[in-house]
Design a protein around this ligand. Structure first.
Ligand code: SER
Length: 595
């Protein structure tokens, strides 16, 4: 079975069970300051898991491209990838545990034909505040799963929220107990013979390579309301996610996701370019294939290599892939851009790339790698000359040659010696604390969609677009939007810099509409009907057939998922803080609300 067949089987299976297929969300979420990337299928669904009505109803299914930065260090084994496709189905307060587990079992064993005795499941064992998941346990037993294939784990393994265990969830975050399914590739794949974990016998959640998690049913029924306090949500939800690449590996009884049709053409081409064999250098080739594929999808979504946020992650992926190419074959790193077309061919018919998109992605990768190549030689020479690679030297390399610390560590470990390990670890720990703090910073606002300030700025963004169109003309259309609890950032089409006078007029118009206390309403309608009614759509985004249209009095009408304030006078005073270029024919405005 190939990836196309599997994806289709899954979507059809749930569509037959009254689920509506929804289009995938962007890999880089708009209007959500809490996170850099869409890292699971549930992320765009959060408002509906919290109780907002979804225009498509209470049963949804999709296939969502996802990207997980936390997995970057893990790449280089049979099952981790930063970019992956997550098959997802949701019940928004509709069916619950029994239906979900029954359907999932039917899908895995009948539709995909996985052997029952090769499947194991896990169930939440409970902790001091949250009860054991008895219903899931009983349901699995009724389905005929023997007791010795059902494993109980605590919050670390069988609790799911975007931020992990209950204690780490910020206020407003949702989560719940989950039940995972694992495919057992058999003893021969227990590479370490024992679990490397606490020297225990091998078990589904150990990391030995024998078991592969292929699906996770999360029962989202809690919301964090205070430190140490979870509250039951009014609606009990199911959030299922299954990695397409992993399901494919299980169906083909081959534990290496890199040997599925979603990777094989890439691996073959990397072998060709570097003149090395996958079976001799699996780790390096896995890293190159994963990072390059992820980069292609990130650039398609408008991310450029830079030193900030998403751009920095992209830069790190490209540089790491380039270094691995260099180690496999000197002077081969520029050929990374030749792999772009192979990625686009793998996904042809599912995620289509236009010829100009392909050219643009190739160009961006080529330029980034060329810049890096110029610094890498001097950096490597410096490392070669070192008697001892201290943490301080690593930092200098970072500052002067743009070598991220983790790349230097990698080069040092390729070279084997020369590292004062203790000193290095100290520097590394400092660095890790720093990156943890900066990613915690990104999460600090809690859920953007539920924070008052963010919601206000979201409504202000609609007023801003309508005002820009009134003052500058109807050629103004949204090209991008990013809202944090501190400010809005709005990109729009317009050929030249706005004058002081124009900026003042736009700001005044937004403030007049705020003062007019206009009501904010929404209605649900077919996409075509919405566009016909004059609602503005953002054509860089895919919409479902049924959409929500938000109106602010008679002044603004946009297709939008919300949320928004109810009346504009809740907003306070709007102030434009900056106007600048965001590319050819695109301007960018930053604005804030002064309460
Ligand atoms: N949200 C869960 C996950 O990402 C299941 O969809 O694993």
């Amino acid at each position: 079975m190939n990836s196309f067949e599997l994806r289709k089987k899954y979507l059809n299976f749930f569509k037959k069970r009254k689920h509506k297929e929804i289009p995938p969300a962007s890999l880089v979420p708009e209007n959500d300051s809490t996170t850099l990337f869409t890292s699971s299928g549930m992320q765009p669904i959060v408002p509906y898991l919290l109780g907002n009505t979804h225009p498509q109803g209470t049963r949804l299914v999709d296939s969502q491209p996802a990207f997980r930065t936390q997995d970057i260090e893990e790449i280089g084994d049979n099952r981790h990838t930063t970019f992956f496709e997550m098959l997802g189905n949701w019940s928004l307060g509709d069916y619950y545990k029994k239906e979900q587990l029954n359907w999932l079992w039917e899908f895995l064993t009948k539709e995909l034909g996985l052997a029952k005795d090769r499947l194991c499941v896990s169930v939440f064992e409970g902790d001091k505040d949250i009860p054991q998941d008895v219903v899931s346990y009983q349901t699995w037993l009724k389905l005929g799963i023997p007791k010795d294939h059902i494993f109980f784990y605590g919050v670390k393994k069988n609790w799911w929220s975007r931020s992990g265990i209950p204690a780490d969830m910020p206020i407003g975050e949702i989560g719940g107990p989950d039940s995972e399914v694992f495919y057992d590739f058999g003893e021969k794949w227990n590479l370490h013979k024992k679990s490397p974990w606490k020297a225990k016998e091998c078990h589904p959640n150990c990391d030995c390579g024998r078991f592969l998690e292929i699906g996770n049913s999360v029962f989202i029924q809690y919301k964090k309301i205070e430190q140490d306090k979870l509250e039951e949500l009014n609606q009990k939800n199911v959030d299922f996610g299954g990695g397409l690449e992993r399901l494919l590996a299980a169906v083909n009884d081959m534990p290496d996701v890199f040997q599925t049709d979603l990777f094989i053409p890439l691996i073959r081409q990397i072998e060709k370019i570097t003149n090395q064999k996958y079976r001799e250098h699996p780790k390096e080739i896995q890293i190159i294939a994963d990072h390059l594929k992820a980069s292609v999808f990130l650039i398609k979504e408008g991310v450029y290599p830079s030193n900030k946020l998403q751009g920095y992650v992209l830069r790190r992926l490209l540089r790491r892939a380039a270094l691995k190419m260099h180690f496999l074959q000197e002077n081969s790193m520029r050929s990374l851009s030749e792999l772009v077309e192979i990625v686009t061919q793998i996904y042809q018919g599912v995620y289509d790339f236009t010829p100009s998109e392909i050219e643009n992605i190739k160009k961006i990768i080529f330029e980034e790698i060329s810049k890096f190549e110029n610094t890498i030689h001097s950096g490597l020479k410096l490392i070669d000359q070192m008697q001892r690679l201290s943490g301080k030297v690593a930092f200098d390399l970072y500052q002067t040659h743009g070598f991220p610390l983790e790349l230097t560590i990698e080069i040092a470990s390729e070279k084997g010696e020369k590292i004062n390990q203790e000193e290095f670890n100290r520097e590394f720990e400092k660095h890790k604390t720093l990156s943890r703090t900066s990613s915690a910073g990104i999460f600090k606002g809690g859920l953007a969609n539920t924070e008052d300030k963010t919601i206000k700025l979201h409504t202000a963004t609609h007023l801003l677009q309508a005002s820009l169109r009134q003052i500058l003309g109807n050629h103004v259309l949204q090209k991008g939007s990013n809202i944090t609890s501190e400010r809005l950032r709005f990109d729009f089409s317009h050929p030249q810099k706005l004058t002081e006078e124009e900026l003042k007029q736009v700001e005044n118009l937004v403030n007049t509409k705020i003062a007019a206390d206009l009501p904010v309403n929404f209605s649900e309608m077919d996409k075509k009907e919405a566009i016909k009614s004059g609602a503005l759509a953002n054509f860089t985004q895919k919409y479902a057939e049924k959409v929500r249209v938000y109106s602010i009095g008679d002044f603004s009408k946009e297709i939008c998922g919300g949320p928004h304030v109810v009346h504009t006078n809740e907003l306070g005073k709007f102030h434009i803080t900056k106007e600048e270029s965001a590319g050819t024919g695109i301007r960018r405005i930053y604005g804030e609300i002064i309460s």
